[in-house]
Design a protein around this ligand. Structure first.
Ligand code: AHG
Ligand code: MN
Ligand code: MN
Length: 346
């Protein structure tokens, strides 16, 4: 059953709940909370609306195409990548609610200082401001991914790389925005996953997908099969397993090329997303801190699983900001099966 069919089943009092109301209610649940985390989610909500507005006009204004520069990872930056990066960073800086920001599009992390040059905030944020950039020019779905940690170094001192290089299990919040047929904000603070859909006419996000969970079983596998010959043997064997005719198979294949969209579909319909190592990308392609950790946190909160093929993503101790890892994420049983093939395929 999909969420669309379920919407009418949402209790009446929940149905018209806005993201703003939801945030206020949930802040009460965190005893002694200072409200900083709520203000961070509020800023993401605002920045998401600004980016959404621009994404929707992409074919009409001069925003499609490359900037002519590469990011630290050698990837060509698109105009919308740069725009989304600036919107999210400026929104967070202006509100003085985090002490540091790391972004996929910036070489180094940013230290945020308050207007009086001090900073007493306790959270850092890491983000992929625009995910699925290859979809920009073809009107495909895009996303934004974010991850929030409590800083390790003392409040009031400058942030250091130690504050950003934390394992995913330390995340206090993570989420994504999907700019698709509708725009949604999906996030967790470790108490389940909730999804909010934007009503663009009035600019308000409404709770549309309360307590999201992967379905019992999944039938979709999402992987760039163009890289098949370069994959490790375990992945090749798993893909063949997915394609074999058996009682519950063959599975169907779906791949958009935007982690956010592929993940979102799989969480709703049931499936697995794989971006393994390959001889072309020996460490995988996806970034541990901006893409894999936040998606792993959401997946686990929705009853799914996220690994690098052998071990839990959220237990990896990062050593550098733009580190890449192989990523296997989705329905618990499907990821477990893929791991069995990985262990055998060595
Ligand atoms: P980004 O646009 O932030 O660079 O991320 C793109 C990522 C991810 O979203 C997607 O699943 C993957 O790259 C697609 O890679 P391939 O084109 O190699 O399949
Ligand atoms: Mn990305
Ligand atoms: Mn990106």
């Amino acid at each position: 059953m999909t969420y669309k069919q379920n919407y009418n089943d949402i209790a009446m009092e929940e149905r018209n709940k806005t993201l703003g109301e939801f945030i206020i209610e949930n802040q009460k649940a965190f005893q002694y909370s200072s409200g900083e985390l709520s203000r961070i989610i509020n800023s993401i909500r605002l920045a998401a609306k600004v980016v959404n507005y621009k994404v929707n006009k992409a074919g009409l204004v001069d925003i499609i195409g490359a900037v002519g520069e590469q990011n630290i990872q050698g990837e060509e930056q698109q105009k919308l990548d740069v725009y989304a990066n600036e919107v999210f960073i400026q929104t967070l800086i202006n509100r003085e609610i985090v002490c540091g920001i790391a972004s996929e599009e910036n070489d180094e992390f940013i230290t945020v200082k308050g207007s009086d040059n001090s900073n007493n905030n306790k959270y850092v944020i890491l983000m992929d401001p625009l995910d699925g950039s290859s979809n920009i020019d073809v009107n495909g779905s895009l996303g934004t991914i974010f991850s929030v940690f409590r800083r390790i170094t003392p409040i009031g001192t400058p942030v250091t790389s130690e504050d950003f290089l934390q394992p995913g299990i330390n995340q206090v919040a993570a989420g994504y925005v999907i700019y698709g047929t509708s725009t949604m904000l999906v996030y967790t603070t470790g108490h389940g996953v909730n999804g909010f859909t934007l009503n663009p006419a009035i600019g308000t996000f409404y709770l549309s997908h309360p307590n999201m969970k992967f379905p019992e079983s999944g039938h979709i596998y999402s992987v760039n099969e163009g890289n098949y010959v370069h994959f490790p043997q375990g992945v090749k064997n798993y893909i063949k397993y997915c394609q074999r005719e058996e009682e519950d198979r063959p599975y169907t294949s779906r791949y958009i090329g935007s982690l956010v969209s592929d993940f979102h579909r799989n969480m709703i319909k049931g499936g697995i997303y794989l971006y393994p190592t390959s001889s072309k990308a020996p460490k995988g392609k996806l970034r541990l801190l901006y893409e894999c950790n936040p998606m792993a946190f959401i997946a686990e909160q929705a009853g799914g699983k996220a690994t690098d093929g052998f071990g839990r993503i959220m237990e990896i101790q990062p050593t550098e900001l733009h580190e890449r890892v192989p990523f296997f994420c989705g329905n618990y049983d499907m990821v477990e099966k893929a791991e069995e093939f990985m262990a055998e395929g060595l």
